[in-house]
Ligand binder design. Structure first.
Ligand code: ZN
Ligand code: ZN
Length: 194
């Protein structure tokens, strides 16, 4: 059932007149190169590529499509900077409507000030699920990922990783912000002299 293919131009495209009444499905495996090109800046592929399961079902003039994604990605924790991995298991539904209907709905939505989420046009008799996949990853992957919800991060004063070591800041210092400033000033002085 699963087609092991690298990204090619057609793997996300479905011709509406080729969707059987009972529904259509396709499973594809995309490589890390493709995944890396659509992941946000905070993530890199973890070496497993991306498994994509696509389904489409005709509903009169429109098509209901579902997308399921499975992968693993790697990131540097935004609190402690340690490398961590995250399993990705995401699902989205999209409705594809004839281009003209989409144009009208888009105009109506603009007037009402609302966004048309997951309503996409059928273009030249085809639906393209690539934007659904790309948007799903962009929306669901946190911009500032953390290695764990209770990650204690780095001490702003001494840089200690508070998950596994104690803060080394001098508690007699009035305020760590001043300590940092003093350190910076010392560096500047040394630089000026040099
Ligand atoms: Zn962390
Ligand atoms: Zn500290």
């Amino acid at each position: 059932m699963s087609e092991m293919i690298a990204k090619n131009d057609s793997c996300f495209l479905v011709r509406v007149d080729e969707i059987p009444q009972a529904g259509w499905e396709r499973e594809v495996h995309l490589d890390d190169a493709w995944l890396g090109s659509v992941l946000g800046l905070a993530y890199v592929p973890a070496g497993f590529g991306l498994d994509v399961a696509l389904e489409a079902r005709k509903l009169e003039a429109s098509v209901e499509a579902s997308v399921r994604l499975n992968s693993r990605v790697r990131f540097d924790c935004s609190r402690c900077a340690e490398s961590a991995e995250l399993p990705v298991s995401l699902k989205a539904l999209a409705i594809f409507v004839p281009e003209e209907t989409h144009r009208i709905r888009l105009a109506d939505a603009d007037d009402a000030g609302e966004a048309l989420e997951n309503l996409l046009p059928i273009v030249d008799g085809e639906l393209d699920m690539e934007p659904v996949v790309v948007d799903l990853l962009a929306l669901e992957l946190d911009l500032y990922p953390v290695c764990s919800q209770d990650c204690k991060g780095l001490c702003a004063g001494c840089g200690a990783n508070l998950n596994r070591e104690a803060c080394r800041c001098d508690v007699s210092a009035v305020d760590t912000r001043f300590a940092v400033l003093a350190k910076w000033k010392n560096t500047q002085t040394v630089r000026d002299k040099g």
